[in-house]
Design a protein around this ligand. Sequence first.
Ligand code: URA
Length: 427
Amino acid sequence: MSSGFAAVDVIRVKRDGGVLSDAQIDWVMDAYTRGVVADEQMSALAMAILLNGMTGPEIARWTAAMIASGERLDLSAVRRPTVDKHSTGGVGDKITLPLTPLVAACGAAVPQLSGRGLGHTGGTLDKLESIPGWRAALRNDEFIAQLGDVGAVICAAGAGLAPADRKLYALRDVTGTVEAIPLIASSIMSKKIAEGTGALVLDVKVGSGAFMKSVDQARELARTMVELGGAHGVRTVALLTDMSTPLGLAIGNAVEVTESVEVLAGGGPADVVELTLALAREMLDAAGLPDADPEAALRDGRAMDSWRAMIRAQGGDPDAPMPTAPEVEVVRAERDGHVAAVDAYAMGVAAWRLGAGRARKEDPVSVPAGVVLHKRPGDPVRAGDALYELRAEDPSRIPAALAEASRAVHIAPTAPAATPLVIERIG
Ligand code: URA
């Protein structure tokens, strides 16, 4: 490892719009992970990166240095092609839940290391923890064994994987430096590459409920990540998908598990089914299984069998009823018309205010809290029809959630023009 740098000199290079050398990047990442570079120095560097950007080679080296800060899993013992999916995060985005067992049912192995929610977007682990007995923490040997036996694992990333990212992400969260494309791309890809997957499909969300508010930004993030994956031998493709409106009808934890199980049973909302199948096809293609038929696996129960095996392998009871919320407030339309919009960000904040999400990473989440939509954009409504319901354990949470949710829903005399769910493919 290179030595002899001063953190302040590295910060000055980026502050003045320069390009960091490989040796500077390797040093600063290693020194930060070991606590030699202080949080305030890394914060200044992250802000300089946010303001001045990074070149392609700088991003590649930064990502490699984050991977090198921890272990890289070896999945070669798994006798199936491995392929994972990562979503940049959205509202009602439960796609990982049906997608992982579905792709496993079609012959690939899906090593899905997931996170918890923070702010208005939910976390896959929080959702699955609604299932009694289900356990998010697996040792590396348990993870690899389940991947071989069941083909599907969704669990928490171990502390040994890209520890530099873990530290840096917490710092970015409190210093206004999350929204830098080089930092987001390197953060996501360092974890996915370290997890050892052979192929990766990225679901890059665009719209009010996403990090990336414009297609141009999302495209730049997607291209950056696709290049990083390729440079590390991971076949990577990205879909840009709409996140201006929530996915499906359910936003929360238990309610999203229930909706995912409906999809696995061959039903569920059309948009959730469409995106699950679009991502499954990309994953199976990237895994070298282009002839697999995920639609048939949903229809004939193989995907459901794979889900049940995955949940059981981690101690969960797939037959346990989901907890229900004692407080339910149904909101009705005041006039006739069409639903013109259901804003993803405002609905995400409403679910968060009901207790489905957390403000600080130590906070617990409420299992049954959330929003269930009765209407989606484009649907006709009559005055008095139920538009959505708010569910909470604590009635004092309803008014603030109602204020957000009522800002989210717009009724207009005519239906809005239909917009595509999958906007673009990059790969
Ligand atoms: N998710 C991550 O893992 N990292 C980011 O920087 C943003 C989203």
